[in-house]
Design a protein around this ligand. Structure first.
Ligand code: URA
Ligand code: CA
Length: 434
């Protein structure tokens, strides 16, 4: 078999066989196939697409390109949650403690941020000492003991995806349904959970820009989950504006703590309750969504979820006193308001650009090796549909350089659309696929 023939076949719009897909993944992982051939193939896939069978084969090949975690020594039904990536998406930090505080094991594999989207691992490192590096034994021990663990895609977990995702990121081949579905599901399968709840984002700040594509992606992933006996549920949720108010690492952790204290942004809390309820039902701890929701609200109101966050942070080497005293998180030197230059209603906030502005302030990485500044970012003060008067702050820039702050203020102003009225009715949650 030759890689050249596989590229040619896909370029001409033909279906690849299971053997051809396995050959590609096996040899690309081993380093026998160069990046230029792999990127030619992903570009051919981007234009010619893959059918469901090819996508499932690609997923399984990548899932088995390295270790597949065996979580059978963890008691109970293990649930995992994954977002397709958005701006200011802090759900894991809220949802994880909420669900785990009900005694449900949450074993989560997370990533770092790249481009305009943030990553859970970077956010968690805002807690002094926090680490996701641990052995498989420690991973299992932590889930058994405190029900919540967040690990990195470290070691040898779906290495084919790790390589391929990095390649796609720099060759404009991320936003293809088959490639995203196989990338996410291969990691989820390798990470070993029994049930998977997916948050498929749609809108300008997401990879899927329209509803049709988002539903297609959700259906594809749910079908793959079924094939490998992992019950999978997907929620399609809005990413046409950032989630919550904060975008930036320590800022988002503070927002998560606020939410667990019952005083966070409404959209973030509601999304967590919806995703969380599905996790609770899949783990068979509640008979229906209504009961699950009640349990989760109680976990927040009783303070149990917040306690769980502290326990979890401490178990991974972090300083849990930050949870009670958020003043301890590193703070930006400059906090500058972005004042509206007119009166009206916020009709749109360009989410992807807000993510990029936060990245330029230092909250994210432009390349894999960049070092991020945990303190900086953007805190929105007005969201879609809000009324604003002239001179009123639309947002606040948190920066460690005045020059960067001034640029960010200008850029944010350019990415808020203010109209004379707001009529649209974009839902937070578009639907569910299961
Ligand atoms: N997240 C992933 O893990 N993979 C993708 O391809 C896109 C988002
Ligand atoms: Ca947020």
């Amino acid at each position: 078999m030759r890689m050249y023939d596989i590229i040619l076949k896909k370029r001409n719009g033909q279906e690849l066989s299971t053997e051809e897909i396995n050959f590609f993944i096996e040899n690309y992982t081993k380093g026998n196939i160069p990046d230029y051939q792999a990127s030619a193939l992903t570009m051919a896939i981007y234009f010619q697409k893959m059918n469901k069978r090819e996508t499932a084969d690609l997923t399984l090949a990548m899932a088995h390109s390295g270790d597949v975690l065996d979580l059978s020594s963890i008691k109970g039904i293990k649930v995992d949650k994954h977002s397709t990536g958005g701006v200011g998406d802090t759900t894991t930090l809220v949802l994880g403690p909420m669900v785990a505080s009900l005694g449900i094991p949450v074993a989560k594999m997370s990533g770092r941020g790249l481009g305009h989207t943030g990553g859970t691992i970077d956010k968690l490192e805002s807690f002094k000492g926090f680490s996701v590096e641990m052995s498989e034994e420690k991973f299992v021990e932590n889930v058994n003991k405190i029900k919540l663990v967040v690990g990195g895609q470290t070691g040898n977990l779906a290495p084919a995806d790790k390589k391929l995702y990095a390649l796609r990121d720099v060759t404009a081949t991320v936003d293809n349904v088959s490639l995203i579905a196989s990338s996410i599901m291969s990691k989820k399968i390798a990470a070993g959970a029994d049930c998977i709840v997916l948050d498929v984002k749609v809108g300008e700040g997401a990879f899927m820009k329209n509803k049709e594509e988002a539903f297609e992606l959700a259906e594809e992933m749910v079908e793959i989950g079924k094939k490998v006996n992992r019950t999978t549920v997907a929620i399609i949720s809005d990413m046409d504006q950032p989630l919550g108010f904060s975008v930036g690492n320590a800022l988002e952790v503070k927002e998560a703590i606020d939410t667990l204290n019952g005083s966070g942004p409404q959209d973030l809390y509601e999304l967590c309750l919806t995703l969380g309820s599905h996790m609770v039902v899949l783990a068979q701890k509640a008979k229906d969504m209504k009961e699950a929701r009640k349990m989760l609200i109680h976990a927040v109101e009783s303070g149990k979820a917040l306690e769980k966050l502290k326990e979890f942070v401490a178990a991974q080497g972090g300083d849990p006193s930050y949870v009670d005293n958020t003043e301890k998180f590193s703070k930006a030197e400059f906090i500058i308001p972005v004042n509206s230059d007119r009166e009206g209603f916020v009709t749109k906030i360009h989410a992807e650009n807000i993510g990029l502005i936060a990245m330029e302030l230092g909250a994210g990485r432009a390349t894999k090796d960049d070092i991020i500044d945990l303190a900086v970012g953007v805190v929105l003060n007005k969201k879609r549909g809000d009324k604003v008067t002239e001179g009123e702050p639309l947002a606040y820039v948190h920066a460690n350089s005045m020059e960067k702050a001034e640029k960010a203020v200008k850029d944010i102003l350019a990415n808020y659309v203010i109209g004379s009225e707001y009529k649209e009715n974009i839902p937070l949650i578009y639907g569910i696929v299961k």
